[in-house]
Ligand binder design. Structure first.
Ligand code: GLN
Length: 580
């Protein structure tokens, strides 16, 4: 039978409930259990795809095309495995499917009401994800006391009644503020959070106390008294990021282990570990993050919007994390400077400052703001042999730059920004033109790409590199033969035996626009290498430039498949090139 660990937030949001959940999931996985994690988002949107990234952080994309809250990214990064879009439940999904079922006649004769139909729908979805799993963690978004959390807390209680309290553990993640005028850690908000949780019939088994500092024994005792929880189950979880701290979230599972949380949870759930946790590789990677041998500087040129007085760099969290994974793998620290691309529009010579960086990344993006600045930056890195990694929009803009400045198509552009350009090198494909709905209609999820043998990209993905007299020869995918599009690296069978297997990779996508097939030939004739294309050859998935230190871009978002112990190959290659 599957056991559940429910994680609820108290006091304020944004205190690292997702990272705590991901860490605990990893701790359970380390004990040999088959683990999955569900994120519950109480908003009415069906998914995070239509949410403003500056307000809600980055949108995470799953292999099966879900557009989800970035917490799912933390789960995948910590577990090193891919999760499904069904691992995210929103209020919108629950009501949408209930109403659809009602209209279909599934409840014929019944009055469909909040209780039991809403909690039942929630539980059914949870049970579906639980199939074949030993332990499922459920993180409920927001904080206890939010109006919109009520159905989910009700469903948890109902799950507990159904399964028995031995099979479900509740963890409350709270925050203990230290107001500057008294410089004392206050436990009152946590006491209130426990009270609010109890109003939903739920007694927490563990409290994870977030705060600037460690929780001292006095406050532990106080909470024990007020919350009726044994002090050994009140766990301190001080900040690890910020001034004077160790500075990596990957230390959290190790810290929680030291607090004995993993074993305490097993005890609560009446479970015996299937294997003893082995953190050696994880510890090694953390050590490399904390004590790097070298430092490199990377310019991340994007669009940065301020929210009031604050900037939300969370919109690029996965890119950031992927860089950290690659950095750890290469024993170095990557200092990222966030540069607003508008800076290079106001002052085109401003790009000169890129020569002080070891590399340039242009991450994904939408819309025209600062685009010419990004294109200027890409041009500078192409011409000055500065390692470049382009992600999604970063590929599209690299193609535009190449078309304008190498192929001499001066007004080359993407129709996303200039629908009237006479050279739409980036465009919506005809088959996508009739899509009007916004939610879930981009090219989403993992797609197969075939890589050119001997290309740099194929080499990065671990496929054999071709060398001729010590020189790497780039054999681009030949997609054209006498003007006709033909795709070469096909599976070749001889007397039933596969003699040639294409070099294939699956990366995740989230975009509407593509390199326009009408321009494939002119681009490749001018020296741009398509090092990965879709199986029908129509979509350009990877590009690279030969005779450049590192100029690689992809239409995908490889950052979504990067984890601490398995960095994304393109990021790894980029960091290596920056180190050279
Ligand atoms: N705006 C571009 C598109 O829709 C790129 C999107 C992205 O970078 N994720 O195709």
């Amino acid at each position: 039978m599957c056991k559940y660990i429910v994680v609820v937030g108290g006091v304020i949001s944004g205190v690292g409930k997702g990272v705590a959940t991901a860490s605990i999931a990893r701790m359970m996985q380390e004990r040999g259990f088959e683990v999955s994690v569900i994120k519950i988002d109480p908003y009415i949107n069906c998914d995070a795809g239509t949410l403003r990234p500056t307000e809600h952080g980055e949108v995470w994309v799953t292999d099966d095309g879900g557009e989800i809250d970035q917490d799912l990214g933390n789960y995948e990064r910590f577990l090193g495995k891919s999760l499904s879009k069904h691992n995210n439940i929103t209020t919108g999904q629950i009501y949408k499917s209930l109403i659809e079922k009602e209209r279909r006649g599934d409840f014929l004769g019944e009055t469909v009401s909040f209780i039991p139909h809403v909690p039942n729908e929630i539980k059914n979805r949870i049970k579906k994800v639980s199939e074949g799993k030993d332990i499922v963690l459920i993180e409920i978004g927001g904080t206890v006391g939010d109006y919109e959390n009520v159905p989910f807390l009700f469903a948890m209680k109902s799950l507990e009644n159904e399964l028995g309290s031995d099979n479900i553990a509740y963890i409350l993640v709270t925050y203990l503020p230290i107001p500057s005028h008294i410089e004392e850690m206050k436990s009152k908000p946590t006491q209130i959070a426990v009270k609010l949780l109890r109003e939903n019939g739920i007694q927490p088994d563990f409290i994870l106390c977030r705060g600037k500092k460690r929780l001292d024994e006095i406050r532990k005792k106080k909470l024990e008294l007020y919350a009726n929880i044994k002090s050994e189950n009140i766990i301190s979880m001080p900040d690890v990021i910020g001034p004077g701290t160790v500075n990596t979230i990957y230390v959290i599972p190790l810290d929680l282990e030291k607090e004995g949380l993993g074993d305490k949870i097993l005890k609560k759930l009446n479970l015996v570990e299937k294997k003893h946790p082995d953190w050696s590789l994880w510890e090694e990677a953390v050590e490399k993050i904390l004590v790097p041998e070298k430092v490199i500087r990377v310019a991340m040129v994007g669009k940065y919007l301020d929210i009031g007085d604050y900037q939300l760099t969370d919109s690029y969290i996965s890119v950031n994390e992927a860089i950290k994974h690659a950095a750890a793998n290469n024993n170095c620290k990557v200092e990222i400077e966030w540069i607003d691309s508008k800076e290079f529009e106001r002052d085109p010579f401003g790009v000169e400052k890129l020569k002080h960086f070891n590399g340039l990344i242009v991450p994904g993006g939408f819309g025209g703001s600062g685009v010419e600045g990004k294109i200027n930056a890409i041009k500078y890195s192409r011409e000055n042999n500065i390692p470049y990694l382009g992600l999604c929009f970063g590929l599209q803009l690299a193609v535009i730059e190449f078309a304008r400045n190498v192929c001499n198509l001066r007004d080359a552009h993407t129709t996303e920004i200039n629908s009237l350009t006479s050279n739409p090198v980036i465009d919506i494909l005809p088959e996508q033109k009739n899509i009007n709905e916004k939610g879930g209609t981009m090219r989403l999820g993992a797609y197969r790409a075939l890589l050119g043998e001997g290309s740099r990209v194929a080499g990065l993905y671990g496929f054999n590199e071709d060398y001729e007299s010590g020189q790497q020869v780039h054999k681009p995918l030949e997609v054209y033969e006498s003007g006709q599009q033909v795709h070469k690296p096909l599976e070749v069978y001889e007397s039933g035996q596969q003699v040639h297997k294409p070099l294939e990779v699956y990366e995740r996508h989230r975009h509407r626009y593509e390199v326009n097939p009408d321009y494939h030939q002119i681009l490749t004739n001018n020296g741009l290498v398509f090092s990965g294309v879709s199986p029908n050859g129509r979509l350009v998935e990877f590009i690279e430039l030969p005779n450049h230190k590192f100029f690689v871009a992809t239409q995908a978002h490889p950052e979504f498949k990067s984890s601490l112990l398995k960095p994304a190959p393109l990021f790894d290659g980029f960091v290596k090139a920056c180190l050279e």
